[in-house]
Design a protein around this ligand. Structure first.
Ligand SMILES: NC(=O)c1ccc[n+]([C@@H]2O[C@H](COP(=O)([O-])OP(=O)(O)OC[C@H]3O[C@@H](n4cnc5c(N)ncnc54)[C@H](O)[C@@H]3O)[C@@H](O)[C@H]2O)c1
Length: 270
């Protein structure tokens, strides 16, 4: 078990203003930890910030802006009474489905930058600070099942695949600095990211049909896996990618045989 196992978690969550990031922040706070949200839009987090005075702070910033992230890092140091010992990288923009013939370099760059470059910059700024301190630390980067089973998704899948590679690289780099680096690859999770305005109920049903548990995941289910990875319970886990997907990857070879047998009892319970 690590030497700081009794220290409270003090976590920077990029993209913590919504969805999986916000659910992670909430778990950390419920369990006595401290958190700082870094997001382009922190409005949804307002009630939580008000509910945990002194233990949660929110900062507006774009994760690809290194200078702003350095400024935020300093501000977090002044606000949080406990040194940061964990980083969760959830920030990233939703992509638009298009074939390579219709896609644009502008869209490719925007997606790769917000997910892959943003994760790199956050690890560079917040991760290096943890690695340079005397504390043990943990970083969790959000990948996706699309990193493993891309279909024709282009930029988003390439960025998420890059995040897995970056995770393994940094896990190696920081292993003896007592910083663990892991990735979580969620399947489709019910957040604003998935419920975009351009997505129809039919699109969502297709997602559910492709998932053996016959449902989308709840953000808190992914947050629980993230929490395990930032906690000392996972002290020997580094360089790993944990898939959390309701069976999606395991079941992806089954489609040619007519889809999954569904029980009358319906979807699996969250
Ligand atoms: N929801 C899913 O089905 C799903 C599945 C697999 C992976 N993921 C990944 O999980 C992570 C969180 O997704 P979510 O579903 O909670 O999404 P979300 O849209 O609910 O939250 C993402 C947050 O990131 C912020 N953000 C986007 N770009 C940013 C930038 N450049 N700088 C700062 N903040 C920025 C947004 O403002 C938003 O608050 C993402 O990396 C996503 O790719 C999501």
């Amino acid at each position: 078990m690590n030497e700081n196992a009794s220290d409270p978690l003090s976590v920077v969550v990029t993209g913590g203003g919504s969805g999986i990031g916000l659910a992670t922040v909430e778990l950390v706070l419920q369990r006595g930890g401290y958190a700082a949200i870094v997001d382009g839009d922190v409005e949804r987090a307002d009630p939580l910030v008000r509910g945990y005075p002194g233990r949660l702070h929110a900062f507006v910033g774009n994760v690809i802006d290194e200078q702003r992230m350095r400024q935020v890092s300093e501000e977090i140091g002044q606000c949080l009474s406990v040194s940061v010992n964990a980083l969760v990288n959830c920030a990233g923009a939703p992509s638009v489905a298009a074939s390579i013939e219709d896609d644009t370099v502008e869209h490719w760059s925007r997606i790769v930058e917000s997910h892959l470059t943003g994760t790199y910059v956050s690890c560079k700024v917040f991760g290096s600070a943890i690695a340079g301190s005397s504390t043990t630390g943990s970083i969790v980067n959000l990948a996706s099942v699309v990193a493993l089973r891309p279909g024709p998704v282009l930029a988003y899948g390439a960025a998420k695949s890059g995040i897995i590679n970056l995770t393994e690289s940094l896990a190696t780099h920081w292993a003896t600095a007592n910083v663990r680096v892991n990735a979580v690859a969620p399947g489709w999770t019910d957040t604003p990211f998935v419920r975009r305005t351009d997505r129809t109920e039919k699109d969502l049903q297709t997602i559910i049909d492709a998932t053996p548990q016959a449902r989308m995941l709840q953000p808190v289910e992914v947050a629980e896996v993230i929490y395990f990875l930032i906690s000392s319970a996972s002290s020997a886990v580094t360089g790993a990618t944990i898939v959390c997907d309701g069976g999606y990857v395991a079941g992806s070879g089954w489609a040619p045989y007519g889809g999954f047998r569904r029980r009358a009892s319906g979807a699996a319970r969250p």
